[in-house]
Design a protein around this ligand. Structure first.
Ligand code: F6P
Length: 342
């Protein structure tokens, strides 16, 4: 069998571990031919591939990013205005897939990538998805690889903010990534001992946050840490959430407040051991599915068991944080503030 692997959407630590897991299992267990497709779905449109073998797969387990490159190309998206020389991208992809003689296409990506994978599957291609993103917001799986590495990076940053906040008796606000979900903020906020954690899934009230922080000051707490997800609602869209919240707290409480927008470091560097294991497991399982000719599915983790779910059930859906999540309930019992006064 001949398979093509692509990595699409935002990059993250663990992608190369997944590529290695698929490739080594496919080559060594099943004698398959493995190709890497450049820059996500763009590589299928532009016919850009590299042959992967044991040599190219060696030494990439611990390397961040993706050796194949990625893009946010969405081949099924239509331009608003009909463009006379617009190519039919899905048709071109199917043509190149057939010309390459692929028996299967493996797509590592987030919810947008899985939506494209589901549409390509519907158009008659053999497709398998692997859930990847630091946001951990892919429907149908309990966890995506990339998430643990991002939580490690964000937690280390919060640990560092504690010392400078204490030295200056300041409130430090840190904005973490996560797109429209609050998973990174929730986990790194708990791991880093955040006093206030704001996530898009819980509506916050500015007065409640400020009253809570002022109460901490009265209790002679030296400093406070506020962890916020980039996707929270902010009244003034002109600023980043972290900048807006820090300015609001500073003005309303009179306590010196500074912000850190953590940004792309959360997507960089070598994968955590957990992500190396998870990505390897997902990759190897995808190769097994190909050997079984089980297509049209996404690899998933459900209740600590690796399984697969239909691409049609997951494509394009976002898995957000349940406000009744056990971590939130436990944190509330320790008086962590989620901005809603509960
Ligand atoms: O999906 C991963 C992610 O890092 C999100 O957390 C973030 O909002 C987005 O990508 C940033 O997109 P881009 O890499 O296109 O700037």
């Amino acid at each position: 069998m001949r398979i093509g692997i692509l990595t699409a959407g935002g990059d993250c630590p663990g992608l190369n571990a997944a590529i290695r897991g698929i490739g080594k299992t496919a080559i060594l267990q099943y004698g398959m031919e493995v190709y890497g497709i450049s820059s996500g779905f763009l590589g299928l449109i532009n016919n850009e591939y590299v042959r992967l073998d044991e040599a190219t797969l060696s030494g990439i387990l611990t390397v961040g990013g993706t050796i194949l490159g990625t893009s946010r190309e969405k081949p099924f998206n239509k331009n608003e205005l009909p463009n006379p020389n617009e190519v039919n991208k899905p048709k071109l992809i199917k043509k190149h897939y057939d010309e390459m003689g692929f028996d299967c296409l493996v797509c590592a990506g987030g919810n947008g990538t899985q939506k494209t994978a589901a549409l390509l599957s519907e158009s008659g291609m053999n497709v398998i998805g692997i859930p990847k993103t630091i946001d951990n917001d892919v429907w149908g799986t309990d966890i995506t690889f990339g998430f643990d590495s991002a939580v490690n990076i964000a937690t280390e940053a919060i640990d560092r903010l504690h010392t400078t906040a204490n030295s200056h008796k300041r409130i430090m606000v840190i904005e973490v990534m996560g797109h429209n979900a609050g998973w990174i903020a929730l986990y790194s906020g708990i791991a880093g001992g955040g006093d206030v954690i704001l996530i898009p899934e819980i509506e916050y009230d500015e007065k409640i946050i400020c009253d809570y922080l002022v109460q901490r000051a009265y209790k002679k707490k030296n400093s406070s840490i506020v962890v916020i997800a980039e996707g929270i609602r902010v009244d003034s869209k002109k600023k980043r959430a972290g900048t807006y919240i820090a300015k609001m707290i500073n003005e309303k409480t009179g306590i010196e407040t500074r912000e850190t927008i953590l940004g792309y470091v959360q997507r960089g560097g070598s994968p955590s051991p957990m992500d190396r294991v998870l990505a390897t497991q997902y990759g190897a399982y995808a190769a097994e599915l190909i050997a079984q000719k089980k297509f049209g599915v996404m690899v998933a983790m459900k209740n600590n068991k690796i399984t697969d779910v239909s691409l049609n059930d997951v494509g394009g859906k976002t898995r957000t944080v349940d406000p009744e999540h056990s971590l939130i309930l436990q944190a509330r019992s320790m008086e962590t503030c989620f901005g809603d006064g509960k």
